[in-house]
Design a protein around this ligand. Sequence first.
Ligand SMILES: [Zn+2]
Ligand SMILES: [Zn+2]
Length: 103
Amino acid sequence: MSLGWPGNASGSPWKSWKEVSGSVDMSAASCLLTEDQFLCSICLDVFTDPVSTPCGHNFCKTCITEHWTINVQCHCPNCKEVFYTRPELQVNTFISEMAAQFR
Ligand SMILES: [Zn+2]
Ligand SMILES: [Zn+2]
């Protein structure tokens, strides 16, 4: 009696499945404020006592005051909006505090 087994083809029964892993976007929420958002367009430096003009632009108090002293007509150096009366300038404390972080 001979137990002759035919060569058993060793086939691995398991399936090899690939996990398709989508590339995870690791870009962090870049909602951080950048320095150039706090730059005065007159002195090109971070605001010192930032004031807001009626048109919504911000400048250093000294910069815009000087600008309006030199120029007969008050206008915004950014958008050229003309102010027939010299606007009351108040230091924007919020921007001032934010700008202080870049000093
Ligand atoms: Zn300035
Ligand atoms: Zn403006």
